[in-house]
Design a protein around this ligand. Structure first.
Ligand code: MN
Length: 253
């Protein structure tokens, strides 16, 4: 089993090391990840500049590759053959914050797994719901959860065009309640406009505000995390609002 590991936080992020080490228990791991933080960069295809790939090492001394492209670029580069390898699975993460509800459209972690399914390779995105204020994050329970999910993907496969969005509560192994298959829930964003003036007295803007919350409805990713379960949401790239089709067909043009 050949596994490509990537992330959106940069190749030296501790969450990537934890994921790569976990995936090595399942198969042969190649790391190709961005050389900088691309969090909340969405689904990117870099078309207006060349991309570079260079060798590096993770903190445990293991070899890795890094690129100046986005997470989705890294996945495309790898699957298109930049390293002359084929992959059975793409694992992205471990992101230090949850990717739930509408987050999936912003998330570089999730869009890396989306790119995998576009390229015909099963993809999983793994995120940890660590609190906004924390010291050093313990990724061990999330890495073990990622391994259990990847084992299931290896054994059972995923339907074509479907990726798994995995979110893990920030709990110890003993505290984790189990695994729930969920649908996307609702995030509540608390964005606020921050307007300041630069040294030349021209205004600039920052999208600030408080950390997002969510509506912890049963059956959703938000609800699973709130209840202490690992959330597994199957995602597809067909965003068609099917229940709007019939109404729109009655419009006159
Ligand atoms: Mn990130």
């Amino acid at each position: 089993m050949k596994i490509l590991v990537t992330n959106d936080d940069g190749v030296q992020a501790p969450g990537l090391l934890a994921l790569a080490q976990a995936m090595r228990r399942l198969g042969e791991v190649t790391v190709l990840a961005p050389d900088r933080n691309w969090s909340a960069s969405g689904h990117v295809k870099t078309m207006e500049r060349p991309l570079r790939v260079r060798e590096t090492r993770l903190a445990d001394g293991s070899p890795a590759y890094t690129s100046d492209g986005a997470p989705s670029d890294c996945v495309a580069l790898a699957i298109l053959g930049v390293l002359d390898e084929k992959y059975d699975l793409v694992a992205s993460g471990i992101n230090p914050n949850a990717n739930i509800g509408h987050d999936v459209t912003y998330s570089g972690t999730v869009t890396a797994a989306m790119e995998a399914v576009i390229c015909g390779v099963p993809g999983i995105a793994v995120s940890l719901n660590s609190p906004p204020e924390h010291g050093e994050i313990d990724y061990t329970p999330a890495a073990n959860a990622a391994l259990r999910v990847a084992e299931q993907v290896a054994a059972r496969g995923l339907p074509a065009g479907v990726l798994l969005n995995v979110n893990v509560p920030y709990l110890s192994e003993q505290e984790l309640k189990g695994y729930l298959v969920t649908r996307q829930g609702l995030r509540v964003y608390r964005d606020a406009l921050v307007r300041r003036n630069d040294p030349r007295n021209r205004p600039y803007y920052w999208i600030g505000g408080d950390f997002p919350t969510g509506i912890p409805e049963d059956g959703t990713d938000v609800g699973a995390l709130a209840a202490g379960y690992v959330s597994l949401t199957p995602l597809q790239l067909d965003l068609t609002a099917r229940n709007a089709l019939e109404n729109l067909k009655t419009w006159e043009f």
